[in-house]
Unconditional design. Sequence first.
Lengths: 279, 240
Amino acid sequence: MAITAEIKKDYIIKLSKNGKRLDNRKFDEFRKIKIETNIIKKAEGSAKVTIGNTQVISGIKMDIGEPYPDTPDSGVMTTAAELIPMASPDFESGPPDQKSIELARVVDRGIRESKIIDVDKLCIIPSEKVWMVFIDIHILDYDGNLFDAASLASLAALMTAKVPIERLKPILENMIEKYPSIEKYLKEHLEDFPLPLSNPPISCTSAKFNDIVVIDPSLDEEEIAEARLTIATDDKGDIRAMQKGLNGSFTVDEIKKVIKSSIDNGKKIREILYKSVGK
Amino acid sequence: MISNIKLIKNGKRLDNRKNDELRPIKIEAGVLHRAEGSCYLEWGGNKVLAAVYGPREAVPRHTQNPLRAIVNARYNMAAFSVDDRKRPGPDRRSREISKVISEALENIILLEKFPRASIDVNIEILDAEAGTRCAGLTAAAVALVDAGIPMKDIPVACAAGKIDGEVVLDLGKEEDNFGNADLPIAIAPRTGEILLLQMDGHLTQKEFDKALDLAIKGCKIIAELQKKAILEKYQKNVEV
């Protein structure tokens, strides 16, 4: 693996000196993005995102559980990512490794810290019962830029998710004896309802090699990258989350340029996302 | 669980199928870019992806066989593929299914050609609705062909079972939960040899004969769909 990356490196750098990339993209151009929603019947919400050859599925499952003691009135959200061996010859089966944990945590932060999910509306009985939202990310085919693919898939899945009150009604009814206020909750929520969401920031990842910065790196580009920067921007053009990776560095000017191209690409991606979820 | 649900009403099953009718099946070969061979399969409410890597050097080294390749099938259910979220990672059920599928595939692959190698078959259940092991093995077989792994035949799997006292083909969700017996098998369609066989429930000898016969018939129908999917991909590629 490392050997082929070394051999390709010279070629990618030579191309980049003429302003070109392996797949003929401009430096600030994303690969083709495709979003399919509601593809998994058993999931509360689901989406498959294709960015070039990278394919990621995100599925939402919901359950009833107990809140954290420090946020007794809020629903609970967890994110997990599996880099399954299907996606790449280099991924191994077994418990989540550093790479999948970083991926899950960056996606989790993007959703949690930007407060896309209104967790206060996911409370059933304060300090006792709340909705739990599980975001599970399945990497199917790995050709670079998992951060953007995984977060986009998770957003699309959340935006199409329905709180499964009809499926869990028997469980809630069993709780009425212990918590009488559930009866009122069930009367107010007769049908499955969409997750309470606000407008999401869109994440765009760039990679730097040989003093050149490209957005949406393919696997070949990722393998020779010295530094990586993920920036999430919202519909007002404000910055909502950032993560720098790898041991290289950026100049201040480069960072400003990356922010601008992340906002520009974010706009286009937001349109694709809204269209895919029928918004 | 004991239930009074009637699984057959007026000679029709819950989803209006006849006793010897399969659920709708859709197979597509070569859907992933990175894997050496892959297959996407929909079977009723099941959605399954299979990907093949190898033959490549088996690791860790002590798993290597100096005379032949090993087959490493990994059956995995996505957390969101079932009603109550499944915890990620293998459990006892998926480990067992991985083992019986590996063994079935080892029978049919020309292992002697690749000493010390492993052939890795990844089966991901994305949406589950009864019969995932049959769907998984059927998809894995197409992915193996797509990866160019030499085999004696293209294996294929299908289940028969008993519901409301009647022997039927390809159990659906409720039929699996509330039926009397389930008999998943995998065969090499050319010779009719049986590569995988499991059963739970209760069958008389006569019912078993009938169920096995029905399952083999189902396998042979699905074998044609497998071939069609493979031809579709490679005929298209020749035209380009």
